[in-house]
Write a protein that binds this ligand. Structure first.
Ligand SMILES: [Zn+2]
Length: 331
């Protein structure tokens, strides 16, 4: 390279660096959005962090706002935004996340990288009244420090009543962002809440005759689901999702599950962590120690989605599948 070419290259590189705040955000995740462009549309441009929020927001938005989802194959515990993800928020107006230590840091990172200072990041979980929140013990975000109470379970979308609360918060935010279409947001939110109430009724009915409602969950994620459907979460298999229990933790699990008066026979697995062998290892131990009918039951916490599956009714369909599987295995 001669000095002229070198000069040109330096100038171009400088322009790229100066003009692209995107470079502030590291990549390295395979989870990319194929389409970071927005259609020509007059209403609010809404981004959501992951799939359940997409369903909630898109059902309320209807034709009045455009909703785009960020995380697909990697959920909020594992996701790291790529440049394409950051590009998506450069033109967005609202960004719905759960918060509570789960995904707000990723959203803040994307906002910073995008240079879109007008973007309003809404932490839905933070807007729930404190007495609606349940304790949790999961390490949700290893980069997260201080700010929030680490003892709160952020998996609010899995609770039947909490899902409705989140939809109502989204409705309020969309109305505030786009008051001209307030009536539309109002009526679509009401129609969707009716569907979510029907889903709850379906689940309660499916599980109503179950006498043994004890369960070991895969990661600490079912506090709200358990509350809504009267399930008793006795222990958690993996403290950090995907990190297998050590010998001491396994011993504790076996002790809890083999209590004479209240054995636990159901162990949840998650499709997101299908390579984990901890559930099957525990099941075998339980069978050997007298819990003869110990079984695995798959429960999808809806933290990941195949992009082609993400439709407005995805949340209801997946939750019905969870309820069906649980009803089938529970006695
Ligand atoms: Zn989780």
């Amino acid at each position: 390279m001669n000095s002229g070419q070198f000069w040109l290259k330096s100038v171009l590189m400088g322009a790229v660096v100066a003009g692209l705040p995107l470079l502030l955000v590291g990549c390295g995740s395979s989870n990319t959005i194929s389409d970071a462009t927005w259609p020509e549309h007059p209403g609010p441009k809404v981004v959501v962090s992951f799939a359940p929020l997409y369903c909630f927001a898109t059902n309320v938005a209807g034709e009045d706002a455009v909703v785009k989802n960020v995380m697909t194959s990697k959920g909020p515990h594992d996701f790291d935004p790529t440049e394409a993800d950051v590009k998506l928020v450069t033109k967005a107006d609202l960004f719905f996340v759960v918060g509570l230590g789960l995904d707000e840091q990723k959203a803040d990172k994307m906002k910073k990288g995008s240079g879109n200072s007008k973007l309003k990041v809404i932490e839905l979980g933070e807007k729930l009244s404190k007495d609606c929140l349940e304790e949790g013990r999961c390490n949700h975000d290893e980069h997260h420090e201080g700010e929030h109470d680490h003892g709160i379970d952020p998996h609010v979308w899995l609770g039947p009543d909490h899902a409705i609360m989140l939809v109502n918060i989204i409705r309020g935010e969309l109305k505030a962002a786009d008051p001209a279409h307030a009536a539309g947001y109002e009526s679509r939110a009401a129609a969707y809440v009716t569907k979510l109430n029907a889903l709850k009724t379906y689940g309660l009915d499916k599980l109503k005759d179950k006498e043994d409602r004890r369960l070991v969950t895969f990661h600490d994620s079912l506090a709200y689901f358990a509350k809504g459907y009267k399930i008793r979460v006795k222990e958690v298999l993996t403290k950090t999702p995907g990190q297998e229990p050590d010998a001491k933790e396994m011993k504790k699990l076996i002790d809890v599950c083999t209590k004479k008066d209240a054995p636990v026979r159901l162990i949840a697995t998650e499709p997101q962590y299908s390579t984990s062998t901890a559930g099957e290892a525990l099941r075998k131990e339980l069978v050997a120690k007298g819990v003869k009918d110990a079984e695995l039951v798959e429960f999808d916490t809806l933290e990941t989605v195949r992009p082609e599956d993400l439709k407005p009714d995805w949340y209801e369909r997946k939750m019905r599948e969870n309820l069906d599987k649980l009803a089938e295995k529970m006695k």
